[in-house]
Design a binder for this molecule. Structure first.
Ligand code: AMP
Ligand code: MG
Length: 327
């Protein structure tokens, strides 16, 4: 009688066997019971701490630039028009395939319920964060995915340390979490607008690195994407929002004020990318003038990362296949 948990195609079973072989000592032969609380999962992570489990190797898709930890980085070195020489229609078909991979792997992550994935999206206004979330996560089981959009902090949020509101929204075990804007706003808009004194935002880079280290050491893989658009592209997108009544709701006159600080934002982005690209949570810069290319390379990086995490369905209880449900 086929077991429900194992009812996968031959190819994927072969791939899984291959992956298990590669992982060697990380084979899923010693899962603690499924009722283990967070403390149990932490122990599981502790035992397997190493490049393969707590911190899977993250390889960005071709066309994405991963910021080398410890090296100065300048966005001017990345062409936002890059499209990998791909055709738009082909890229859309490829995106659908990446989405299917994400959906299948997300089911495993959710079922395994030990680790989580945090996707951080940062960009200048109109950079495409919302569109990316729509395109990449379409079809993912909503129950296993939580998007947190961070706006101007509330009075209560401002009464706490700057990381408080972000920590509260990090994904729990089994979840994919998306930060639409993030803790980086506190060294970006806050710096550009001078909302706190310089010594206060200056110390935040280290605090952010420590925060992200805490998350990765606790079983959260962090994927940070910076969507890189040009100033001309921003003008076109703002014009489109004015020209199309269907897009009026997206137009925020404040974006025109922020646009005047374009250079100050680029400088703040460069510092955040330089100071907060770490081995455990590197930054990935995505050429984002072409929306379809941006969506494809982010989806592929997410799918590859989930695959490297290699979540496993929990071991079925012994004898489950022979159980008979009483009338
Ligand atoms: P949007 O994402 O376009 O809906 O806009 C959200 C607004 O909230 C943007 O103008 C951000 O700059 C602003 N924002 C987000 N986080 C912070 C923060 N920590 N401090 C001040 N402003 C923020
Ligand atoms: Mg906006």
């Amino acid at each position: 009688m086929p077991k429900k948990h194992g009812a996968r195609g031959d190819a994927s079973r072969k791939d899984a066997a291959e992956a298990t072989k590669l992982r060697g000592s990380f084979a899923h032969d010693s899962h603690p019971p499924a009722y283990a609380a967070w403390a149990g999962a932490a122990e599981w992570i502790e035992q397997r701490r190493g490049p393969d489990v707590a911190m899977p190797t993250i390889r960005a898709a071709a066309g994405v630039v991963t910021v080398e930890p410890g090296s100065p980085f300048n966005l001017a070195a990345v062409d936002p028009d890059l499209d990998g020489g791909l055709d738009k229609q082909d890229a859309k078909a490829m995106l659908a395939a990446e989405r299917a991979r994400i959906q299948a792997l997300q089911e495993r992550l959710y079922a395994e319920r030990r680790r989580s994935l945090l996707i951080v999206l940062q960009a200048i206004d109109t950079g495409g964060k919302d569109g990316t979330i729509r395109a990449v996560l379409e079809g993912v089981n909503p129950q296993g995915c939580a998007v947190a959009s961070f706006k101007v902090p509330s009075a209560e949020e401002l009464d706490h340390d700057f990381l408080w509101r972000y920590h509260a929204r990090t994904p729990g075990r089994g979840m994919i979490g998306v930060f639409n804007r993030s803790h980086y706003e506190d060294v970006l808009v806050v710096r550009v607008k001078g909302l706190v004194p310089e010594p206060v935002w200056r110390m935040r880079y280290d605090l952010i690195n420590d925060f992200e280290h805490l998350l990765t050491a606790s079983g959260t893989t962090i994927l940070k994407f910076f969507l890189h658009i040009s100033k001309d592209e921003q003008r076109e997108r703002l014009e489109a929002r004015i020209a199309d009544p269907q897009k009026h709701w997206k137009f925020d006159p404040a974006d025109l004020v922020e646009r005047k600080s374009w250079d100050a934002y680029q400088a703040a982005f460069n510092d955040a990318l330089t100071q907060c690209s770490t081995p455990h949570a590197p930054w990935h810069v995505v050429p984002a003038n072409r929306k379809w290319f941006r969506n494809l390379v982010i989806a592929r990086t997410v799918a590859d990362t989930l695959e490297a995490m290699d979540p496993q369905f929990p071991e079925a209880a012994k004898g489950i296949a022979d159980l008979k449900i009483p009338e």
